[in-house]
Write a protein that binds this ligand. Structure first.
Ligand code: ADP
Ligand code: SF4
Length: 732
């Protein structure tokens, strides 16, 4: 395999200030749900990117001071010298293969509720904290001394970043999360002093801070600036104003790192944003500066990357999700192994790990964030154990991943699939509006399995329990998936509801099989809350139906807040003419109408319908497993028999691929059931300082209490002490 010479340009080095990147693959900062809680897991994850050939690798958002933190989201802290070792370990891992190590420094201002540190939030202009969770907290407007303090805290962070061994410092002013953007934008900067008003004034803090960075690091580190390409709203920092800013400060940072407005806009899912979606916003900016420009666009195609560089739009190909889905993307392009690229499907399950305070996972790269915890690798598999053969029943995402990982370990793999198509649920869901990219889950795995000599795939082979026993495999995994229920059982209804048989009921499986109502008045009940309900509403509309969308939640598809899609889903349904009924659930399904109950008051209303679509929950297809377990499978020579994936516990596709890998990794491994199946770090107890009795200040404290303890003479004057500063302030 050789690389297409057209792609050579991606492997030309480029200077970033005092540093040189070995190629054009630039892993922009991205969260991972682990952050400061899981330092070794994060460091090892970044090490795989170094191994995979990235030229520049960044940390996630690193909070520089406790007066601005975004709990419950778990990012990095660089609050004191004690934070340096964890970040130094990460920098070390990043540089292990010649990459430049970058740290993204953030002060969140109006975006940081300080739920952990309990400090008063400081903002360019005070007001309610602008977070996803509408925290009932306001920030105080910074005065001049606060701004001097902030510069001081940034300088401390620059010094610590250098001590930790980073090559690049990224100043975060994008996605609405960073105070640099809050200074620039008239939406968040209402100041009347020299930091507000004109663009020149609003840029002042950035100029100062970049100067500070250069001075503190003695010009040895590159300083990059990450800004939003376009902030919506009449007073937002628009694309036009960004261009004015860049023209005004063309050579200020060592590199311009540009990303669309909000995080939701920047990291849109493939359902709503194609590859390279930010091109219009970034095109032409390179002409305004002599410094390199990096932009993102969920790039996975080498041709698309080359086009960005050749046409003078970008110098570096920025990537977060493509680098998560395939940490070896650069290496595979370098070696011409294009068919081995594990392309991101744009599902944003990785984002949901950060949004839920869990550790992130990736639908495509099952090793993501398990590199240290479980010793998994995105490319390599551990050698097989003593057994020889495995049988996997069902070729959905679970079965395909199980087969691939077991085969890579060296087992002889038999994969049996009841239908003629490989992919299971993905083969069906990829046909739905907006979900075609999800087909990559099946395509990548079938493509990887095809050339392997130790894999036999049988299509059109619905196995029975007797078949399983007769096949003589050492280990059997049953990955037979799940079926959508047609009785409304999910979260609101734990038992079936009364349903008139005259009302046509459809499930997602019916619609995906092509059995959808046409030209009728359809009521869709969504007690699943993820993507399926809204996707099917789109499908029903395309078939000429009118749609009433019923959800017991206070918003449609509420879990998609975690994939950054909820707002855009709501907008799309309303624009398409779907009638949305919030906080309602069906209580009775009649022949021609549905009785809806209000979730809060129980008040009933009726809604006429020709057909009902139930998007509720799924029933595991586990009958084959139970039938086999009832037989003497051990006597037939089977060492382990396991139910995995959706057949065990239905969940998102990422849960299925993970289950497949977990099963394959566990073959011939002993796991102590009394300890966690993964490594973790436990916060170390701080050994000191020992709490010795402190001499009492004369002028502070609770007078009554002190008098009671006879520590103050009865007539001693008591005066209230000055409030203790939360931190040392810099001299005026
Ligand atoms: P998962 O997400 O866990 O992979 P899917 O529903 O996507 O689950 O895939 C399950 C696959 O198992 C489907 O392709 C289905 O056709 C297949 N299957 C179900 N029962 C059998 C069986 N008895 N023998 C072989 N394949 C089966
Ligand atoms: Fe891409 Fe989905 Fe993996 Fe995120 S979870 S990197 S969006 S495939």
């Amino acid at each position: 395999m050789t690389r297409d010479p057209r792609h050579d340009i991606l492997f030309t080095p480029l200077q970033i200030g005092p540093k040189t990147a070995k190629n054009r693959f630039y892993q922009v900062p991205h969260c991972n749900g682990g952050g400061y809680r899981d330092p070794s897991a994060v460091a090892e994850m970044r090490r795989t990117k170094a191994e995979g050939g990235w030229g520049v690798i960044f940390t996630e958002q690193t909070e520089i001071h406790p007066t601005s933190e975004i709990t419950p989201f778990i990012e990095q802290h660089l609050w004191e010298d004690k934070d340096i070792p964890a970040l130094a370990a990460m920098a070390d891992a990043m540089k292990s293969n010649g990459a430049l190590a970058g740290i993204q420094l953030a002060y969140s201002g109006i975006n940081g509720p300080n739920l952990y540190s309990r400090e008063v939030p400081l903002a360019v202009t005070g007001g309610p904290i602008l977070t996803f969770t509408s925290d009932p907290v306001q920030a105080r407007t910074m005065d001049k001394q606060d701004i001097r303090d902030l510069r001081h805290w940034f300088r401390a962070a620059f010094r610590r970043s250098q001590e930790a061994g980073f090559d690049l410092i990224c100043l975060y002013g994008a996605h609405g999360f960073g105070i640099l953007q809050h200074f620039l934008s008239r939406a968040t900067n209402h100041r009347t002093d020299e930091y507000g008003g004109s663009l020149k004034n609003r840029s002042r803090f950035i100029r100062e801070i970049i100067e500070d960075a250069r001075e503190t690091t003695k010009g040895e580190l590159a300083v990059t600036l990450r800004l939003s390409l376009h902030e919506a709203g009449t007073l937002g920092f628009s694309n036009a104003e960004l261009r004015d800013f860049i023209a005004m400060h063309a050579d200020l940072p060592d590199l311009w790192d540009l990303a669309h407005g909000t995080w939701e806009a920047c990291s849109g899912t493939s359902r709503f944003k194609p590859e390279g979606a930010q091109e219009d916003l970034v095109a032409g900016i390179k002409a305004l500066t002599s410094k390199p420009v990096v932009g993102v666009g969920r790039f996975t195609s080498a041709d698309a990357m080359v086009r960005q560089i050749r046409s003078g739009i970008l110098d570096f190909i920025g990537a977060a999700r493509p680098s998560i889905a395939d940490p070896f993307l650069p290496k595979k392009i370098e070696e011409g192994r294009y068919e081995d690229i594990r392309e991101c499907i744009g599902c944003n399950i990785c984002v949901s790990g950060d949004m839920t305070g869990a550790i992130s996972r990736c639908t495509q790269n099952t090793a993501f964030m398990e590199e240290w915890r479980k010793g998994w690798h995105p490319e390599r598999a551990r050698p097989k154990g003593a057994s020889e053969s495995v049988l996997i029943v069902g070729a959905g995402p679970t079965g395909l991943e199980a087969a691939l990982q077991a085969a890579k370990r060296g087992y002889k793999v038999t994969l049996a699939e009841a239908t003629t198509t490989l992919g299971g649920r993905v083969a069906r869901e990829r046909q739905l509006p907006g979900l075609s990219t999800w087909g990559r889950v099946a395509d990548y795995r079938t493509g990887q399995l095809a050339p392997l000599p130790n894999v036999d795939i049988y299509r059109d082979s619905r196995l029975t329990a007797d078949d399983l026993l007769a096949m003589g495999a050492d280990h059997v995994a049953i990955a037979t998936g799940a079926t959508w229920r047609r009785d409304a059982v999910a979260r609101v209804h734990l038992h079936p509801i009364p349903t008139d048989p005259a009302m046509p009921i459809y499930t997602p499986d019916d619609l995906m099989a092509g059995n959808a109502p046409e030209g009728r008045h359809v009521t869709l009940y969504d007690d699943d809350h993820f993507y399926m309900g809204s996707v099917l509403a789109e499908l029903l509309l395309a078939k000429g139906n009118s749609v009433d969308f019923i959800t017991p939640a206070v918003k449609v598809a509420e879990w998609t807040d975690n994939t950054l899609e909820q707002g855009v889903i709501m907008r799309r349904l309303l624009e398409l003419g779907v009638t949305v009924h919030l906080s309602k659930a069906p209580e009775v399904i009649g022949a021609h109408e549905i009785i809806l109950g209000c979730i809060w008051t129980g008040r009933q209303t009726s809604l006429a319908a020709d057909a009902v679509v139930l998007v509720t929950s799924r029933q595991p297809n586990d009958s084959l497993f139970h039938a086999t377990r009832a037989l003497d499978w051990a006597g037939a020579g089977i060492k382990t028999l396991q139910l995995i994936g959706d057949a065990a516990a239905p969940g998102p596709i990422a849960w299925a691929t993970y289950a497949g890998r977990n099963w394959a990794e566990g073959l011939d491994q002993q796991q102590d059931p009394d300890t966690p199946a993964f490594r973790r770090e436990i916060t170390a107890l701080d050994p000191g300082p020992t709490r010795l009795p402190q001499p009492l200040p004369q002028h502070v404290g609770n007078a009554q209490a002190l008098r009671k303890k006879a520590l103050l003479p009865p007539n001693a004057p008591i005066r209230q002490g000055p409030p203790q500063p939360i931190c040392r302030r810099t001299p005026q």
